[in-house]
Design a protein around this ligand. Sequence first.
Ligand code: SF4
Length: 366
Amino acid sequence: MTAHNLRKMLTAVDRWYRRHARVLPWRVGPEARDQGVKPDPYLVWLSEVMLQQTTIPHAAPYFEAFRKRWPNVKKLAAASWEDVSAAWAGLGYYSRARNLYACAQVLAQRRGFPQDTKGLRELPGVGPYTAAAIASIAFDERIAPVDGNIERVVSRLWAIGSDGTEKGWRAAKVEIGERAQALADALPADRRAGDLAQALMDLGATLCTLRKPNCPICPLNPMCAARAEGEPEHYPAKAEKKAVPTRLGSAYVLVRGEEVLLVRRPPSGLLGGMMMPPGSVWSEEKLFDPLEGAPGKFAWEHVGEVRHVFTHFALKLDVWRAQAPARAKAAGEWMKAKDALAALPTVGRKVVALAVGGGNRRDSAS
Ligand code: SF4
């Protein structure tokens, strides 16, 4: 594509963004940017970490709660991990919370955020996409962050697809990244890279959607190769996802009055550092004795099963419940069941909700 055509695309995207930019709690819109308001890299970073694998409606209340409680990175770094992990509960992918917290410690030691992709990549847990997104949105570096929305728009603009294999999709992704970067490189000196990135994200989220791209009202319609071919929804043809294995295990909810017993998981690994009801190992083999790891000798009753899907496997937990006497002691921490329902990661909430809600044997809380 010629430089002239790239500029035409950029102009069309810019005009559209000025009229249709989404209002998002972490965003500084184009008009405010014109008036000199600068994005806060802390809020950009926070939103990008929260939005990985999570939708905007789901992440937005968490973002607001974090911003209110920890308005800057120093405050977040000074918070306890217990508070941060409890505030993150329900957002999923808990390694992100651990990385966020570790990164806040590093940032608090230095004066502010690194202002380019290279420096941002040196922060714990900041990968190529997040670094590019922060550099572009907060600092207007001419770098293309390629999230799912931008990937879809660019793949359609240039009709970049794959044969559905892993190899084909890897090659397509490289080309999509290069095309997105060519757009960022072609930006005139007076245009902001952050606006371009966010405009493409918005286009992908609102017009160039997965199943029903709204080509008739798209500002890129005259330049779009997939639209010209007639079936833009066929792009990008990603590699088929492999089925994930299922792991099995038991979760034990020991109830003492209004409280339930919780234990903190080891700091690394899945749900690392998060509070959970005690449980067995999770294995692809059925447990020989489902009560083997249950805390103490209580009258355990099977109350149902909970299913939860993690990135690499699906989990099926048999949930057991027992009543403990008023002054019973057990290794762990007692927490009011209603507080646990707010503070636990999603799979833990499902377990407690099933147990304290009196679920029946056929109940599945997935
Ligand atoms: S014309 Fe259609 S397929 Fe092409 S970018 Fe716009 S919405 Fe997407």
